[in-house]
Design a protein around this ligand. Structure first.
Ligand SMILES: NC(=O)c1ccc[n+]([C@@H]2O[C@H](COP(=O)([O-])OP(=O)(O)OC[C@H]3O[C@@H](n4cnc5c(N)ncnc54)[C@H](OP(=O)(O)O)[C@@H]3O)[C@@H](O)[C@H]2O)c1
Length: 346
């Protein structure tokens, strides 16, 4: 298949490009040449800022286009102006954040989407990201038509080359060892998907010409926070000790869920970790064992702290270590305060 990726050199797109090339597809990547400029010499690279115009797409045709880099509806509109009628399938990477509400477990693809008070907003933040993705979806359906559109709504993507550092923080924390603060309840649900499984599934759908909307997260069988952290401990560092600390205590200490302690969500928000993935499973989604994702992420996270790729284009860049996760001294102070409180109550 001839495949265009709008993006393709950072995380999800990078894995899409790698797997598409390995499958023997003819791959074109459109990007500015900022992220991973040395990657994939065997692909065609169209260097262009999609915000400034997409003349480079003029007169071209592809079997499928996968858009990983659309965050604003005007970006989908300008891509569609060049690509509608020229691609068999347009696959848009949206997000489960596009839903209006994630307060009930089991959100399926037909649930209402988010709306924005000001649909012309261009600031992308926690308040607007989901509503803007919903507008991107609407633009895509309008311009390409339902028969040519596949809307993919990923949950938390994890694994090698994750630039957010969220899930990777737990990997690194367990590897570091010692006393690890485990927040809330071990039975709390968690969902995430190995980015390589997401990429493989997306390519399967592009090859088949699948249309429609799909939640895309994992694992196939329900997973709990306790199982996630327990497996991470077993795989990465059995000597690490997990100490479960009540949700109320953690929240009372102003620890921010998701950022101070990545992946973790308080009970009131746990529906975000319980979206319905039956449609993706029915379309062939297979999630690799958690231990494999942990192992591979640990191997990548152990690489030197740099976002730059090597001169020969080898994909050895380590994580950028963004500011997520509890600093060690704060974690230690919280654990001793928790113990003092628990001791006082005994
Ligand atoms: N991470 C998660 O957990 C998660 C969850 C749900 C949904 N998502 C969605 O998944 C997608 C993942 O994106 P990714 O970063 O992993 O994809 P990616 O395709 O690996 O990286 C982003 C690409 O877009 C290119 N790009 C950025 N701005 C551009 C511009 N103005 N013009 C042209 N190219 C541009 C970048 O290259 P240059 O910088 O060189 O231009 C890079 O190749 C996003 O749409 C995100 O909203 C992610």
């Amino acid at each position: 298949m001839e495949l265009l990726i709008l993006g393709g050199t950072r995380f999800l797109g990078r894995h899409l490009a790698e797997q598409a090339l390995a499958r023997g597809h003819e791959v074109t990547l459109l990007h500015r040449g900022h992220s991973g400029p040395q990657l994939f010499p065997q692909a065609e690279h169209l260097i262009s800022d999609r915000n400034l115009g997409l003349q480079v797409l003029e007169g071209r045709r592809w079997d499928a286009a996968i858009d990983t880099s659309a965050y604003l509806p005007r970006q989908v509109r300008s891509a569609a102006a060049r690509l509608a009628g020229k691609v068999g399938i347009y696959q848009l990477v949206s997000s489960i954040s596009a839903y209006a509400s994630l307060t009930e477990a089991g959100t399926a693809e037909d649930a209402a989407l988010a709306t924005l008070a000001d649909p012309t907003v261009e600031t992308i933040n926690g308040e607007t990201y989901g509503g803007l993705k919903a507008l991107c979806e609407a633009e895509a359906l309008l311009a390409f038509g339902e028969q040519h559109c596949c809307i993919v709504r990923p949950g938390l993507l994890v694994g090698p080359f994750d630039p957010t550092g969220r899930w990777t923080w737990w990997v690194q924390r367990l590897m570091q060892g010692g006393e690890v603060l485990a927040p809330g309840h071990p039975g709390a649900p968690v969902q995430f998907i190995d980015v390589r499984d997401a990429a493989g599934w997306m390519l399967d759908q592009a090859e088949r010409g699948t249309v429609g909307a799909f939640n895309l997260t994992g694992p196939a069988q329900a997973l709990t926070l306790g199982e996630f952290l327990g497996t991470a401990q077993a795989v990465l560092n059995p000597a690490a000790q997990l100490h479960w600390v009540d949700e109320d205590f953690v929240l009372g200490a102003n620890v921010a869920p998701w950022s101070d302690l990545p992946v973790w969500l308080p009970q009131a928000s746990q529906a975000l970790h319980q979206v319905d993935i039956r449609r993706a499973l029915a379309a062939g989604l297979v999630c690799r064992p958690l231990a494999q994702t942990l192992h591979d992420t640990a191997e990548w996270a152990g690489l030197p702290d740099t976002t730059a790729d090597t001169a020969d284009g080898a994909s050895t860049a380590g994580p950028a270590r963004p500011a997520v996760g509890l600093p060690p001294e704060r974690e230690a102070a919280l654990l001793s305060a928790w113990r003092a409180r628990a001791g006082g109550q005994a």
